[in-house]
Design a protein around this ligand. Sequence first.
Ligand code: UD1
Length: 427
Amino acid sequence: MDRLRITGGRQLKGEIAISGSKNASLPLMVAALLSDQPLVLENVPRLADIDTMMQLLRKHGVEIGESPGSDGHRHGTTLELRTARIASTTAPYDIVRKMRASVLVLGALLAREGAARVSLPGGCAIGARPVDLHIAGLKAMGADIDVDGGYLVARASKGLKGARYTFPKVSVGATENLMMAAALAKGTTVLDNAAREPEIGDLANCLVAMGVPIHGIGTETLTIEGVDRLQAARHRVIPDRIETGTYAMAVAMTAGDVELVDGRLELIETAAAALRQAGVSLDATPRGLRVQRTNGALRGVDVMTEPYPGFPTDLQAQMMALMTRAEGASMITETVFESRFMHVPELARMGANVTIHHESALVRGVPKLRGAEVMATDLRASVSLAIAALAAEGTTTINRLYHLDRGYERLERKLAACGADIERVAG
Ligand code: UD1
């Protein structure tokens, strides 16, 4: 299994190209199940999770063509997906366990075929992560859903019907699942307390391009008019805001100065506000945004994760890594997922001073971190260890790199190009 070896102490300088969003690409790819016409997606990142989704979609009968991005970009793939017919309505355990987002095929398969059998998901080990909201919403649209042998077995023999559903809790995945189901349902669906993450807006815009009228994009009430058939469309995936925030924190950690090309400041406003409070400057440029920390130490700031537009849970571990070196204390509160502090014992191995109390972690800044052998436990936790390592004295080895490869395209190359002492060690 590959490892990452990082020797700290180098300032990051230069530019980093931000890839297309992983969390937008996954549901967009699933949307291809809704139509027998081609769906072309540009700016899809090259990541293990994207490969897993392709593997799953091919099992369902999706033909997928891949070509390099045609716009002179240094990254990104163009995918052409076409589902002339659904070959299978089963999403098997051996694929779904690798990636929780596989559960997104449930709504689309059910809407198009009237049946779906989807393994209960696995994915990152961050809390219980149930799928009750996906199920409740689809039931409101007329589906029968049971659990049998670890599988969700769903049926809608007369098709799905538009409904009004209010999410009792904001869920990105459940909102996406229901939006796709609603696209082929009979009549109008209104989703209240829907997630407002930019990835939801990206999916909505793509569905609109595929001929599905959707109102309220970007708000917590989405109105989706079901259609009989979706048309061919071409869509460009939005830049990855979590990758943008991650590199912004890495630059801040090393007191560097980097332009994040294609990064969009407006997608990370809450995180940017926290970083500014911590003494980091972020400014929009014609090509993206520039992150600098040129004068003074980092200051401790408090953050609390919340659904968008709040501080993203997917940047919590990285922010914590940054705060380990700040002057003063920082209280980091995680309200979206339980048990999302698995990076804390690993950061402690590097000398961080963090105390967990229920859903909050008190981070007391230390003058120095030291390189150590550490273990990646989930996707964002792994990258937080890389951020800590960039500023640690000596060498850090991060084991179990496959988590990182699920979500960061060419991380070591992007960081090395800005001066980091980082290498991937095969093994
Ligand atoms: C998505 C993102 C993930 C991000 C998360 C929150 C993708 C592929 N993944 O995950 O990176 O961390 O949003 O921004 O886009 N919940 C329930 N019942 C459900 C569904 C969710 O209780 O049926 C709970 C979850 O356990 C969690 C919270 O709702 O506590 C939010 O989860 P959700 O927004 O659904 O996250 P995902 O879509 O899985």
